[in-house]
Write a protein that binds this ligand. Structure first.
Ligand code: S3P
Length: 450
């Protein structure tokens, strides 16, 4: 983070939100584009890369392991890869900052290379469980020395050749799936992953795009079987990264909640494994139109036109959860303003994200006057029916970008200001967030330093 001191934030909406904006590139796709480009033989170009701290941590790590990565004057990222099997020993520890995706995916890459790497991260990342990747990667032959509880700092010693495995994912996690696929790239034979509940499939799409031999079969019960043949040769590509639907969620919910608003968010990725929030908000009565549907970089995209709406509470279908796993904090804000009760359960995974998103959202929402009951695996929220929340509290972001942005949006529909204690984590995924909200008509609190 750039600033040494916490940066408090308050946003208010003195008038309806309006305007047309574009959100930055998709975080998940940006990480994968850098990693696969760094493993291809030759030069790849990446347009629309998210220049957030998490993705920059991935870029720094790939450089430390031999790739050449530069940004040209037009903002296109040019990557010269080392080839699968060609990663070099990094000279110092790999600093993953706040990024769980960088950590878990890179642990997979290192696991099948002749590399020993130490991973370190910030206080939030150092609390997050890594056993979910350590366990299957150990079966492939990598050796790990981790901090107690399978946490960072940790060291990985890769094995060459690694051993291909067949693995059924015990948690619905695209990060675990992707770590194994990346490990499988430099592993002779077929790495097979069974995914009982489908999660985001950017790795599969992009691996195919880079020329890997990867198949996906859907079984009768809906499980997906993914088979990757190593040792793969990846061909350099031109990647176009679509706008991040997880970032678009914040201005979209803001436009739904601030009366009289109408906002267009351009070029939003709507891969079905990511678009669950929009399906759910529409089912709650949200006026969200998908305009100009098209393809960008092998992913479906559209422009979202969002108009202020009266929302109704809903029981979140468990099957939708993986496709909106990062959007629950902002959904909870929408639910706090909806009419009636919203029940969101089966969400244990939210407790091990950048913060414990169940506890942190329950506490923050209650502090600003929402009616929220915390249960073991989710929240039950009785909405205000559109009446602004009381506000008038300071909410701790706990080093979690999505908590900070969610409460900034809640502040737009509260009577007294909502202060976020520290907005710096927003730069991990959406550095332009505050400026974008201001361009739609939001105003920063006057008594908080700019
Ligand atoms: C991600 C997968 C999700 C998501 C994270 C990004 C990815 O995590 O929460 O923000 O890029 O693969 P899990 O796969 O652990 O649920």
């Amino acid at each position: 983070m750039d600033h040494a001191a916490p940066q408090p934030l308050r946003l208010a909406a003195p008038a309806p939100l309006s305007g047309q904006v574009a959100v930055p590139g998709d975080k998940s796709i940006s990480h994968r584009a850098l990693m696969l480009s760094a493993l291809a033989v030759g030069q790849s170009r990446i347009e629309g890369l998210l220049e957030g701290e998490d993705v920059l941590a991935t870029a720094a790590a790939m450089r430390a392991m031999g790739a050449t990565i530069e940004r040209d004057a037009a903002g296109v990222w040019i990557v010269s890869g080392v080839g699968v099997g060609g990663l070099l020993q990094p000279a110092t520890a790999l600093d993953m900052g706040n990024s769980g995706t960088s950590t878990r995916l890179l642990m997979g890459l290192v696991a099948s290379h002749a590399v020993t790497a130490t991973f370190i991260g910030d206080a939030s990342l150092s609390k997050r469980p890594m056993g979910r990747v350590i366990e299957p990667l150990s079966r492939m032959g990598a050796a790990f020395t981790a901090s107690p509880g399978d946490r960072l700092p940790l060291m990985v010693r890769g094995l060459v050749p690694a051993v291909p495995i067949q693995y059924r994912l015990p948690v619905a996690s695209a990060q675990v799936k992707s770590a194994l696929l990346l490990a499988g790239l430099n592993t002779p034979g077929i790495t097979e992953i069974v995914e009982p509940v489908p999660t985001r499939d950017h790795s599969e799409r992009m691996l195919r795009g880079f020329g890997a031999d990867l198949t996906v079969e859907t079984e009768d019960a809906g499980a997906r079987v993914i088979r990757l043949t190593g040792e793969a040769e990846l061909r350099p590509q031109q990647v176009v990264v679509p706008g991040d639907p997880s970032s678009a969620a914040f201005p979209a919910v803001a436009a739904l909640l601030v009366p009289g608003s109408e906002v267009v968010i351009e070029n939003v990725g709507l891969n079905p494994t990511r678009a669950g929030l929009y399906t759910l908000l529409r089912a709650m009565g949200g006026d969200i139109a998908f305009e100009n549907p098209r393809e960008a970089g092998g992913e479906p995209v559209a422009d979202l036109r969002v108009r202020a709406s009266t929302l109704s509470g809903i029981e979140v279908p468990p099957a939708l959860a993986p496709s909106m796993i990062d959007e629950f904090p902002i959904l909870f804000v929408a639910a706090a303003l909806a009419q009636g009760r919203t029940v969101a359960r089966g969400l244990e995974e939210l407790r091990v994200k950048e913060s414990d998103r169940i506890a942190v959202m329950a506490e923050g929402l209650r502090a600003i006057g929402a009616r929220v009951e915390e249960v073991e695996d989710g929240l039950v929220i009785d909405g205000s029916g559109g009446t602004p929340l009381a506000g008038g509290a300071t909410v701790a972001a706990h080093l979690d970008h999505r908590i900070a942005m969610s409460f900034a949006v809640a502040g737009l529909v509260s009577r007294a200001p909502v202060t976020i204690d520290d907005a710096r984590p927003i730069a991990t995924s959406f550095p332009q967030f505050i400026g974008l909200m201001e361009s739609l008509g939001a105003e920063r609190g006057l008594d908080v330093a700019a």
